[in-house]
Write a protein that binds this ligand. Sequence first.
Ligand SMILES: Cc1cc2nc3c(=O)[nH]c(=O)nc-3n(C[C@H](O)[C@H](O)[C@H](O)COP(=O)(O)OP(=O)(O)OC[C@H]3O[C@@H](n4cnc5c(N)ncnc54)[C@H](O)[C@@H]3O)c2cc1C
Length: 305
Amino acid sequence: MLTRSALIYLSRQEGLKEFASKFGIFKKLTTRFIAGETIDEAIAAIREVNARGCTASFDHLNESVNSAGETEAEVTEYLDVLAKIDETRIKSNVSIKLTQFGLEIDPELAYQNARRVVSEAARRGNFVRIDMEGSGVTQATIDVFKRLRSEFGLNEVGIVLQSYLYRTMADARELVKIPARIRICKGAYNEPPDVAYPQKKDVDENYVRVMQLLLSSGIYHGIATHDPKMIDATINFAEREGIGKDAFEFQMLYGIRRDLQEQLARDGWGMRVYVPYGKHWYPYFMRRLAERPANIWFVMKNLFR
Ligand SMILES: Cc1cc2nc3c(=O)[nH]c(=O)nc-3n(C[C@H](O)[C@H](O)[C@H](O)COP(=O)(O)OP(=O)(O)OC[C@H]3O[C@@H](n4cnc5c(N)ncnc54)[C@H](O)[C@@H]3O)c2cc1C
């Protein structure tokens, strides 16, 4: 059986993706977790997500942006996505990564690029979520978000926090005061023990603490997890505190725990599915397999279907 670290190693080997892409069969393998390579394929996937009672968030995958020119293509992609959402009337907002907009090249460039997308979303009555990346860019991401939030409304731009970071509770307390819409997730990057809880138990406990703070704030937040324990803790807390089903939403990734997504939507909870698409799907796909090597089995079943 492939181990998690071996899969994470393979996720960094873009050359393998080039090799894999040459064979049509690999497309079949990836469709469980990736909505396709184009906006139109993502729209088709989102129509199905909407038909299952869930809203969506577009995520254009591209972890290989290395120049200002390449960031321009990302902005154009998201402006197209926002226009297509309106044209097709699908229920979706967008999620962006500031490194794709140039955060590691020049934070000012990332701010200007993100500003163009948020401004267009605001004009169209839509919402932009700024994903959170590795701890090396946490502060820079929050700084850009705060600048944008000072110019745009609560329902126009939001951010993500990760419960594995020690700093997150303090960030959550500060950001709800602005106020800000937050997505809480556990965190997906490999972080050292001086910035993040090494034990899953502590990450989970912090998740519950932050979730309770968010739900008590009266602001509409996103509770992003596939973990039934986190979901039960959220529902129990909401019911105990008399927090309505429309006061926040659950969020999950495309293709993961579809049964649970549908069940929560049927039970009347807000449920948003994060829909990744794009040519650069390979590292994202491999990370999902690494998170749960049992998913290799799902992928193999698809192959022989
Ligand atoms: C909508 C959304 C947006 C996200 N945005 C960000 C972001 O901006 N920044 C960031 O760092 N991370 C982000 N993440 C990823 C997140 O941080 C976690 O890495 C990921 O969600 C796995 O954590 P978990 O809460 O699902 O629980 P885990 O502790 O990983 O898993 C708990 C249980 O959930 C189920 N499960 C989890 N993963 C899978 C899987 N792949 N297949 C099947 N079952 C599974 C299993 O039952 C498992 O036992 C996002 C996640 C979601 C859902």
